[in-house]
Design a protein around this ligand. Structure first.
Ligand code: GAR
Length: 221
């Protein structure tokens, strides 16, 4: 089986990277991580790459005169490894349109909200302040607008009355770790087709389950 070569871009903790590494360790997983790049020298996520025996590089954005030259260095490193799909996993740098367009439909991101709601930072805090009952996470193809782009997969997660930013973030993160490897699998298997702003997944079979929060006893069989 030839596996799709993926590159993962991180800035920090790297728990989504860790989830992707675990997924790729299964013999029948259709993708492999050939390169991890961090824009921060001390990123904890680099330890996951080392532990998994995966090539990693630090491309420190502060060492570059501007965003364009930093992104040229990213692009060069990814191409040198033959990367076919780039996964942003807690990569906290905005990417210019030149880079995004060069990797169009081969660049994906995980975001901690049900997009298009709650783009940007501090999603969980804003969800709690707004009193929303449901939030979640989204894996999407990246477009030049921040947190925009065709949605591949989402998970909805309840917001509980006593939630703090930390408890809600942890509940959502557990689902990020499920949906991100699944999105990569779907792409690597050739199951995704981007049509305008929508992603068609003709080959997939879905377990369709509604989620109502709070639950309505007896409402759903
Ligand atoms: C994740 O919650 C991810 O969704 C978020 O940063 C965290 C990174 O965690 N990304 C964004 O907010 C991007 N807009 P990780 O480093 O442990 O994977």
């Amino acid at each position: 089986m030839s596996r799709m070569k993926i590159g993962v871009l991180i800035s920090g903790r790297g728990s989504n990277l860790e989830a992707l590494i675990k997924a790729t360790q299964a013999a029948d997983y259709p993708a492999e991580i050939v390169l991890v790049i961090s824009n921060r020298p001390g990123a904890k996520g680099l330890e996951h790459a080392h532990a998994g025996g995966i090539a990693s590089q630090v491309i420190d954005h502060t060492a570059y005169a501007d965003r364009a030259t930093f992104e040229q260095a990213l692009d060069k490193a990814l191409r040198a490894k033959g990367v076919e799909l780039v996964c942003l996993a807690g990569f906290m740098r905005i990417l210019n349109a030149d880079f995004v367009n060069a990797w169009r439909n081969r660049l994906i991101n995980v975001h901690p909200s049900l997009l298009p709601a709650y783009k940007g930072l501090h999603t969980h805090q804003r969800v709690i302040e707004d009193g929303a009952r449901l939030t979640g996470c989204t894996v999407h193809f990246v477009r030049p607008e921040t947190d925009d782009g065709p949605i591949i997969i989402q998970a909805a997660v309840p917001v509980l009355t006593d939630d703090t930013e930390e408890t809600l973030a942890a509940r959502v993160l557990a689902y990020e770790h499920k949906v991100y490897p699944e999105a990569v699998r779907l792409i690597a298997e050739g199951a995704t087709r981007v049509r305008g702003h929508r992603v068609q997944i003709p080959a997939a079979t879905w377990a369709v389950e509604g989620l109502i929060n709070p639950e309505i006893p007896g409402d759903v069989d």
